[in-house]
Every structure is written in C-alpha cells, then in structure tokens.
Design a protein around this ligand. Sequence first.
Ligand code: ADP
Ligand code: MG
Length: 679
Amino acid sequence: MVLSIADTVASLSGVGEKRAEALNDLGIVTISDLLTYYPFRFEDLTVKSIEEIEDNDKVVLTGTAISEGTVSYFGRKRNRLSFRMNCEHVIVPVTFFNQPYLKKQIDAGKEIKVFGKWDATRKSLNGIKILSTELTNQQEAIYHSSKKIRQSTILKLIKQAWKQYNEVIPEDLPERLRREYNLLTFKEMIHLMHFPTDDLDLEKARHSVIFREFFIYQLKMIWLKRQLKQTQSGQMIDYDVRQLITFFDSLPYELTSAQKRVVNEICKDLKTNGQMFRLLQGDVGSGKTVVAASAILAAKTAGKQAALMAPTEILASQHKQSLDEMFKNTDITIELLTGSTKKKERDNILEQLEVGKIDCVVGTHALIQEDVRFQTLALVITDEQHRFGVGQRKMLREKGLNPDVLFMTATPIPRTLSITTYGEMDVSIIDEMPSGRKPIKTFWIRPKHFERMTNFLKEELKKGNQVYVISPLIEESEMMDVENATTLFHMYQEILGEKAAVGLLHGKMVSAEKEAIMEEFQRNEIQVLVSTTVIEVGVNVPNATLMIIHDADRFGLAQLHQLRGRVGRGKQDSYCILIADPKGEKGAERMHIITETSDGFVLSQRDLEMRGSGDIFGKKQSGLPEFKVADIIEDFDVLEEAREAARQLIYSKEFYQDEDYAELRAQLGMTSENETILD
Ligand code: ADP
Ligand code: MG
C-alpha cells in the first residue's frame, strides 16, 4: 500500500476507534493534521544545578540514589514513593505520588535523572517522571491535550507518524520561493517544529510556518478578488454627474477632502461593469451617510434601484430621516421597510418596488425576505456590516443581478485586520472629521465617586442639555441586561426627581415602544435616556452632551469609542464619564487609554494588542481567519512580506503555467477551467 499523509490517523498502530475519535475532537483527522499539530511550548529538560533553581521551578536534576525507594500507602488508592538522592553533595529528598511502579528503577548507588518540581522551603523535589540518563540536553514538546487523550500519547503518535511517513511528506512551495523568503522545506519545518535541537531551530521553523499560513491565506484572498474583478457580470451604473454636483451644492456644508476622495472611489466602481465589493470605513461622526446618499442618488440617475440595510429599526428609520432631509430638493423616492411596517403599507411598497416606482428602500432584515422583489436592484449598502450574517448578505445580493455592494462600518478596523479579513474587498477610509468638531472630554471614575458625579450630571441638565446612560453589558443573558437597565432607570429617577424626565430603552421592548422613546428623547421630552447598548450606533441627538457608561470595563475600547460618539454632535462641549472598577493593571491601563485617545483607529489597534483579535467584535462575529501559529499583531512583519509575495505570484504568468506551482494551485481549488479566465 502506498503511504500518504492524507491517510487517516487510524492507519497508525495503536490508534483504534476511541483514540481516533479523541484525535478528531482536536481537529486531527489525517496524518497531515497530526504532523501539523504543533506544540504550544517546550519543556526544558536540560539538567539544572540546585543553585540556579527557584521555588516551584520544573527542573531536571541528576545524582546518585543513596537509598532504595520506599512506598507508603495512605487511603486505598493513594501512595507515595520516596527516596533520597545526592546531587552535587546536597542530599535531596524526592517524592513521587501515585507512581509506585517507579520503585524498581531506584537502587542505592544508581545514577538517576528526575524531572520534577522544586520545593525551595523543604529543599526537596516532587518528582514527575524519571528520565533516561542517556539523554543529554533536550526540549520536549508539549501539546494541547484533552480529557480523552493525554499529551504524552500525542507526542508518541507524532513520533510514530514522523517515522512512518517522513519519506512521503510532499513539498508545498517551489524552491525559488523558499530561497527568496528564506523558508525551510515543508518536511524540515515539520521536523523542527516538534523536535528542535535548540531555540534557533525552533525560530526558523516557526518563521516558515507563519509565512506559509499568511501566504496561503493571502493567496486565496487576492485570487478571489482578482476573479471578482475580472468577472464582467456586475452592473454598470452610468450615473449623471451633473445631478450629483447639484446635490453636493445643495448641502449645508462642503464635503471634507476625505469624503470627496471616497465618493470618487465609489463612483469609479459604479461606472465599471465589474461588481463593486467595497468597505467604507469611517469613525463615528465622520460623515458616511452623505457618501452613501451620493451612491444611492447616482444609481437613481442611471435608472437603477438601491437598498440600504441597517441592523436595527431605530437606525433604519434614522437613515430614512437623514436621506429625506438630504434629498429634499431631488425627486428621488425612498421608502422605509422594517418588521413593524403595517401589512397594507408593506404590500404597497413591495408592489412599487417590483415595478421600479421606488428608487431606494431603507430597512432592516425585513428587506431580505423572499417576497421582496426589485425591478433593477443595482446597489446594496449595508450599515455596520459585521452585524449581518454572511448568509443574509448573500441573499440580498442575489436579489439583484450582482449588484454593487458597499459595506459601511464605524468600527475602525485596524489596517492589520482589514488586510486579512477584507483581503478580498477594496477599502475606502474616511480618515478626517468634519471641521469644527470638538473632542469629547472623557473621564474615568471609580464607582465610589458616583455621588460626586451626579452633581456634574445635574449641572449639565441645568444648562438644558441631555444625557445618555449606558447600562452594563451582560453578554450571557439578555434578561439580565434588561434588569440592569431597569434598576439604573429607577436609580436615576430617584436621584433626579423633578429635575429631569428619565426614559428607558432596552432590547426586549417592541420596536414601536423603542421608536416612541427615541422620538421623545429627540424632542427633548426625555432628558436622561437610560439604555442598554441597543443604541450603540447611529442615533443623532445634537443636544445630548453627556454620556455616562456604567461598568465601562466590560466593553471593548472600540465599543466605548462608538458609544461616546453619540455625544459631541452639536456645538457645545461634550463629556463622557466611564464608571469602572477594573481589577488589575491592564484594566486600569485600558481606561487610561480611552480617556487619552480620541482617534478610533489608534484605539482599536490598542484594543487588539491588549485583548487579541477575537475580542474586538466577539469571536463569532469577527470572521477573522484562524491561524495555528501566526498572530496578526505579533507577526505583522511576516504578514506584510507574505502578502507581497502572494501578490507578486498572483500577477505572474508562472503561477498559472509552471508545474512547480501545481500544489499551490490545488490548494486554491483552481481547476483547469478557471485557470484560463486569467490571461
Ligand atoms: P457617521 O459616519 O457616523 O454615519 P453621519 O453621516 O451621521 O456620520 O454624520 C454625522 C454628522 O456630520 C451629521 O450631522 C452630518 O450632517 C454631518 N456632516 C457630514 N459631513 C459633513 C461635513 N463635510 N461637514 C460638516 N458636517 C458634516
Ligand atoms: Mg452612520
């Protein structure tokens, strides 16, 4: 039988059904999976001298046993094996728990090598295992294990797999590429990842793994993007530039140069046949709505329809209002379609959409239900795209004939992440705020100073300003979220008495209730709005100048930044007060960072560094690729190098022709058919 690393682990001797299952649970199905199941650390098995070790260090000591081992039992199953050993003329008592069978390896006068944990007070060793005295300096790989399979078993199986299969490990990268980027062969790399002789070996091996991980990922992304670009099946939106100029002239302000730049980028995409696939990033308040509006208007002037999707009804209706205001001098027809649109009205809207009498529909997920049909949907814009599932976006896209797609996000995704996550998208960034914006003064207080803070709150209210209060985020339970908000609501009512009307907004309210409360806040009939994070994005109440966030340490920095972006929309000074009692230095540092930084991009970069990429949006939503070894932040330099290498390769002829690259092409899932799309 021909061996292949694609064989399942069951082909190893000693791997039966149970073990195979335990391995599968760890994501190991094939020999290849096993060989690339890398250790997360190494145990240093170099012999140590007693002088250099500290309490609780795990060390290897060698010496001569000066007594036999004696086993004493306590309880039915528990026992202790003890003996003494002479290490460099120091007598060290050694104890093994529940390993009575080691007794036969211990004899007075015999040389012995023990791996164990040092107890500095007793000057004794708590033995873990006895090592062969023939082994000299070495490192032992430690793997993530599970209840069903032990770390030592994994190591044993990897050794076995290496022995049986090392001859048939194929090479994945052509030599010229390995030479150019200083990479080990796939086989050398695997060997050194598990069995390095020193740190230098390990460093080289890790570099090769990290490069490969990034390189393959980027290759896929860039290839996908190039394919999208070359597919001529998108829609051409041949807009009327004069009408756009008239629109811009009608606005009460001039676009910032960043807005102008992204409008140009988007318009250029609209005019081409290809399908636009673009991410519009801009901090809260940077003015994304008017950019979206110009794309919607562009579509209309070309006789095509657009759809704008928002994650919540509140946001959808706010977008509708903003668009109505901006478009008041145009003849564009815009309708709102959400879950709470009345049946009769909904039917009416659906009918008009289908015959093309409505130019743009704004809504929530209600927009993607099956009965919604368009006449000529050519542009889809989603706001805060990371809240929509991939499936939902796909469905909406399918309603048009490959409509152009614009994703808007206020989450300032650091560049490091956007090139990996959105490698297949073009990115437009509004990196400039409209002039005249004042920074939001941010303070952090401990809960014990809450009383004092309420004086400040009363002062703001006296000036006629409005206030948001955000209740702590309880991710585990929406019910607790609501309870918390309700408690805070009563507390603020009590504190303020007749001084202000306090309102409550939370996720369990039906949307009509939410709308009503929002409207009251907008009309200043409510002065203090206590809310869960349902108002996280978008709402615009320029008279609100104070944002109070309870248990602020429960939020990510990027999220806190978005929340505080709700204030500072008018001409007055605005404040954000963070109430938090973070444990530990890191928590305090995060609070300091947010009080000192007003740039959302800088913040999310810091957030990422401190919390890891998964935490920015929450693991499930992030859509970030998972790498086995590589880390987007720590290995950023390799990421850039690998990206450049991937880009050069994708745009070279060899890649599509040379036999050398067959393995890589296969990894991208290229068939000979789609290879020919490329010139
Ligand atoms: P966001 O990017 O958070 O969606 P908006 O589009 O809601 O920001 O814009 C925030 C506010 O800034 C709105 O009141 C809008 O009218 C205003 N605005 C947008 N662009 C400009 C500009 N170039 N100059 C002045 N104000 C602007
Ligand atoms: Mg917005």
